[in-house]
Design a protein around this ligand. Sequence first.
Ligand code: SAH
Length: 354
Amino acid sequence: MKKDIVSMLPEELEADFVQLNEPKYRAAQVFRWLGRGVRDFEAMSDLPKSLREKLKESYEIYAPKVLRKQVSAIDGTIKYLWELRDRQAVETVVMSYQHGNTVCVSSQVGCRQGCAFCASTIGGLVRNLTPSEILDEVIFSQLDSGKEISNIVLMGIGEPLDNFDNVMRFLTLVNHPQGMNIGMRHISLSTCGITERFDDLAARDLQLTLSVSLHAPDDETRSKLMPANRGRGVRQLVKCCREYYEKTGRRISFEYAMIDGVNDTAYHAKLLADIAREVSAHVNLIPLNHVEERPFQPSTQGHMKAFIKILEEQQVNVTVRRRLGSDVDASCGQLRRKRERSAQQAAAQSEGLS
Ligand code: SAH
């Protein structure tokens, strides 16, 4: 089987090149080509032909194809649907802020976590993304959009901590000085709260920001919205967040999608304030993005204002995330869902015809 070369680190390439009787410095050359998005060995013009032939024999190389690209008329947000080598599809979003361009990447095809408001999880988990597939979301979004990417959020389709090893390798690749060279402080990893992995993550001693999708401060509401809470519970989550903060010195950020009549009352705000203070966390409020298959609606402006007021009175550090790309299905998983729905409709129609 051919190796996935884009997932390899320079030192691993070096070890291989020694086996192939090639000088070590060739590995650094190849790694730089790969980091620039070159996905054809023939285009690596400073390599001798004999080496290019060897590379073709030993390694697999692939460039994701743009299946769909939508550009928001409101704020320029770009949403990509990529086709992977096995014809599965994942989404990437490029958002422009004053401080630079942020790419939101997927870490899995589908998701097994089953959050009740989320579009990505509807068909369950199909498979993990490889390190190269996650990296290519960043590289090819930058190449296609012409926007230099300065920040990365792992907030697309999938649960990054359910694909731990591949996500860690992606981080090493994207952070590499001879690659994209994106600093860890410019990267956020978002989790629904897979607390068993917090220690492993803290042990890597990365300078990234851990975002925890809290969405409710009490077990009753949270377990209804997020199956990951069942069997873990808010208390355990809070304890693990606190420990993570103590070990890494990195403040956690709580994501909180405001859902009308579900998690947006004064009761929820007060409990959330207690938890945020206990963990020294920053709270990021997001008005829920309505998903067609889901019964939930975003909170009203009035409810959001009252909620924010309570948090601020309790000295909680809170921001409201601007909604970007609302006209391009920018909420995670929606574009992939659309493609699946139309495939199902086409299948149903052809069955009806036969
Ligand atoms: N699995 C990870 C990362 C992917 S989701 C996690 O759960 O954090 C990225 C963020 O979008 C999470 O905070 C998730 O809860 C949130 N999200 C999912 N569906 C949403 C929706 N319809 N509206 C607003 N936020 C949503």
